[in-house]
Design a protein around this ligand. Structure first.
Ligand code: ADP
Ligand code: 5RP
Length: 556
C-alpha cells in the first residue's frame, strides 16, 4: 500500500513551521520554517505609531505567508505526491486574538483601521490588560463564579476577556466595529476551509469556555461591563469544536495556492503546548510535559478534576479526550536568554563564538557548564515577562541578586537558566500539594534539544529523571497527528489521537537523571529562591509594581 502523509503547522512566537510526516510511524519526510516577516511588534506599529509598555502585536498576513512558504517547501523537499497527503492541522500560541469584520477580514488589514493599535492582533504575551484581569478575578470571586477555581483562582492578562475589556476601555470604537474576535488559530483554519470552527482547546484555556457549561453567564459579563453582557453570543461565536474533530475540507482556492489537494481533511486547531503531548507519545495521566522554547508550558492530564491554585487552567478534554488537561507555565524562558545575548554580552564573546563557529548560546553554555553550582553567588527571579504560574501576575519583573564587579556573562546566563528551573520546580510542587501528582517528567521544544546543560540543571533542581521527545518539532508533529485523526482510519489516518500517538509519538532513549550531589546544593538554593519569590511575589514588597507604575507615568 502507498504511504500516507499528514501535514502539521506550528505557529510559535517568532516563526511558523510545517512538517510533512509519514502517518504510519511519525517519520518526518520534510520540514520548513518561516520567521514572521514583521516579527513581534512591541514598540511600534508598521506605520511607526508608538505602542504603550507591555504591548505585543503580530501581523496576521505573516501567518498566511508561513503557509505560502513552508508548504510548497515541504512538498518540494520530500517529493511526496499531494494525493497521498490525507490531512492537515495547525497549532498556535494562544490567546493570540484579533478583531475581524463580518467577512472575517482582520480590522488591522483595512485602511481605515491600520493606524489604530487596538485593531491589531494581540499576541499571547501582550500583557497590558493586567488591570482588567484583576477586575475579572475580583468580580468572579465576589459572585462566587465556579469557573474561577478551574483557572487557578486568578485570571491572567494573557487571556481573551481581559484583552477584550482593554479594547472596550481604550478603543470602544474597535470593539463596536469588530463583528467578532477570533483566535489567530481559528482564523487560519477559516482561511484554509472557509469554516469558522472554534478550537475547544483555545476556548477552554483562554476564554473560560467549558464543555458542560459553555461560556460564563451573561450576568457575569454584565457585571464586568454592561456592554459585555452578550459578548459570548455576539463576539465569540458558539461553535466550539473538540480536539481531533474535522474543521472542514481544504478549499479549492487554498489548495491551488499551496499545491495541495482540494477537499483534504483539515483538523480543528490546537494550542501549541497542548498539541505536543501525543507527539511525545504521552496518552496517560500524571505525566507532565514541559514544552520549552520562548516560554515554557507545563501540560499534564489527570483522571480527576482538582482545583489547583495558580495554574492556567484545568479543562475537561482540553488535551486528550476523556481526561482533564492541566496547564501551568512560565511566560519567559528562552526569551530570558534572548534578551541577555542581545543586551548584555560583550563583543569579545561574539568574536570568540565566531572563531569557534558556534552560536552565542553555545559559547555561554560551554562556559557556564564549567561553573560549580552556587559558585557565582547569583540568584535570579525568572520574571522578565511577568509570572504566569503560580502567581499569575504580569506586573512582576525580573531580578538578579548577588552581582559584583567580578560577575561574568556566563554566570548570569547560568543564573537565568537556574531561575527558570526553580520556577518549574515551584509549578511541580504546587501540583503535588494540590493533590495532582507528577509521576513522570518529560520535555520537548527547541530548548530541550539545544541545551543539554540546561536539561541536566532541570533534572538536578527538580530531582527527577527527564524524558525527551524524539522530534525537534513536537508541536508540528502533534498537529500532523491531529490532521491524520481528522482524516480518519478510512482515509489512511486514525480514528483517535490515542492510536495516532501510539504509532507516531515517542521519546529518545537518552534521559537526564538527577545527580544527588547537585540536587543537595540546588535544594539549598531553591529555598533561597522561594523566599525571594514569596517576598516579591506575594505582597511582602510590591516594589516591582511601584516601579512599573512610575515607568508608565514617565512614558506618558
Ligand atoms: N542553545 C540554547 N540554549 C538555550 N536557549 C536557546 C538556545 N538556542 C536558542 N535558545 C532560545 O530558544 C528560544 C526559541 O525556542 P524555539 O523552541 O526554537 O521557538 P518557539 O518557542 O518560538 O517555538 C529563543 O528564545 C532562544 O533565545
Ligand atoms: O500560552 C501559551 C500556550 O497556552 C502560548 O502559546 C505559549 O506560551 C507561547 O509559546 P512558545 O513559547 O512556544 O512561543
Amino acid at each position: 500500500m502507498k504511504k500516507k502523509y499528514a501535514i502539521g503547522v506550528d505557529y510559535g512566537t517568532q516563526s511558523g513551521r510545517a512538517v510533512l510526516v509519514d502517518v504510519s510511524d511519525g517519520t518526518v519526510a520534510a520540514q520548513s520554517t518561516k520567521p514572521y516577516t514583521h516579527g513581534v511588534m512591541e514598540e511600534y506599529l508598521p506605520d511607526g505609531t508608538r505602542l504603550s509598555p507591555d504591548w505585543a502585536l503580530e501581523h496576521p498576513l505573516d501567518y498566511l505567508e508561513v503557509l505560502d512558504v513552508t508548504i510548497p517547501a515541504v512538498l518540494r523537499d520530500s517529493g511526496v505526491d499531494p494525493e497521498d497527503i490525507i490531512g492537515l492541522s495547525i497549532d498556535f500560541t494562544a490567546c493570540t486574538v484579533m478583531p475581524v469584520d463580518r467577512e472575517g477580514t482582520p480590522l488591522c488589514l483595512r485602511e481605515e483601521w491600520e493606524h489604530v493599535p487596538h485593531a491589531w492582533l494581540k499576541l499571547w504575551k501582550h500583557h497590558a490588560a493586567q488591570e482588567e484581569a484583576n477586575i475579572c478575578t475580583r468580580v468572579a470571586g465576589e459572585r462566587g463564579e465556579t469557573f474561577l477555581s478551574r483557572y487557578g483562582g486568578r485570571v491572567s492578562s494573557e487571556w481573551m476577556i481581559p484583552k477584550l475589556m482593554e479594547i472596550l476601555k481604550e478603543a470602544p470604537e474597535v470593539y463596536e466595529q469588530a463583528d467578532r474576535f477570533v483566535e489567530a488559530a481559528d482564523w487560519v483554519i477559516f482561511k484554509l476551509t472557509g469554516q469558522e470552527k472554534r478550537s475547544g482547546c483555545a476556548a477552554g484555556y483562554k476564554a473560560f469556555w467549558n464543555k458542560r457549561e459553555g461560556y460564563p453567564s451573561s450576568d457575569f459579563f454584565k457585571s464586568l461591563d454592561t456592554r459585555l453582557e452578550h459578548v459570548a453570543e455576539e463576539k465569540l461565536g458558539r461553535e466550539v469544536c473538540p480536539q481531533g474533530a474535522k474543521a472542514g475540507e481544504l478549499t479549492n482556492e487554498a489548495a491551488d495556492r499551496l499545491g495541495l489537494r482540494a477537499g483534504m481533511a483539515v483538523g480543528v486547531a490546537n494550542v501549541d503546548a497542548h498539541v505536543s503531548l501525543p507527539a511525545v507519545g504521552i496518552t496517560e495521566p500524571n505525566k507532565l510535559l514541559m514544552i520549552m522554547g520562548t516560554s515554557t508550558c507545563g501540560i499534564m492530564c489527570s483522571r480527576e478534576e482538582k482545583m489547583v491554585p495558580g495554574i492556567c487552567g484545568v479543562v475537561e478534554d482540553g488535551v486528550l479526550p476523556g481526561l482533564y488537561g492541566y496547564e501551568a507555565g512560565q511566560p519567559c524562558v528562552g526569551d530570558h536568554f534572548e534578551w541577555f545575548v542581545k543586551n548584555c554580552v560583550p563583543a569579545s564573546y561574539y568574536q570568540e563564538a565566531d572563531r569557534q563557529n558556534i552560536s552565542i548560546h553555545e559559547l555561554l553554555t560551554g562556559k557556564a557548564s564549567r561553573l560549580k553550582i552556587g559558585e557565582s553567588g547569583l540568584l535570579a527571579l525568572d520574571w522578565w515577562n511577568g509570572n504566569r504560574s503560580v502567581l499569575v501576575d504580569a506586573d512582576l519583573t525580573g531580578m538578579i541578586l548577588g552581582l559584583t564587579l567580578t560577575t561574568k556573562p556566563e554566570e548570569i546566563y547560568r543564573a537565568l537558566i537556574e531561575a527558570t528551573a526553580y520556577g518549574m520546580r515551584t509549578i511541580i510542587d504546587n501540583f503535588e500539594q494540590a493533590g495532582v501528582p507528577v509521576k513522570e517528567l518529560y520535555a520537548c521544544g527547541g530548548i530541550s534539544k539545544k541545551n543539554a546543560m540546561m536539561m541536566q540543571i532541570y533534572a538536578d533542581v527538580t530531582n527527577r529523571e527527564i524524558f525527551i521527545g524524539v522530534s525537534d518539532q513536537s508541536p508540528a508533529l502533534g498537529s500532523a497527528m491531529f490532521g491524520a485523526v481528522a482524516a480518519g482510519k478510512k482515509n489512511g489516518g486514525y480514528d483517535t489521537i490515542f492510536e495516532a500517538a501510539k504509532a507516531m509519538g515517542r521519546v529518545e532513549e537518552r534521559t537526564y537523571r538527577p545527580n544527588p550531589e547537585h540536587t543537595a546544593v540546588y535544594d539549598r538554593l531553591y529555598q533561597e529562591f522561594k523566599t525571594l519569590h514569596d517576598y516579591f511575589g506575594r505582597g511582602g514588597n510590591d516594589v516591582m509594581k511601584r516601579l512599573k507604575k512610575i515607568k508608565a507615568e514617565a512614558r506618558r
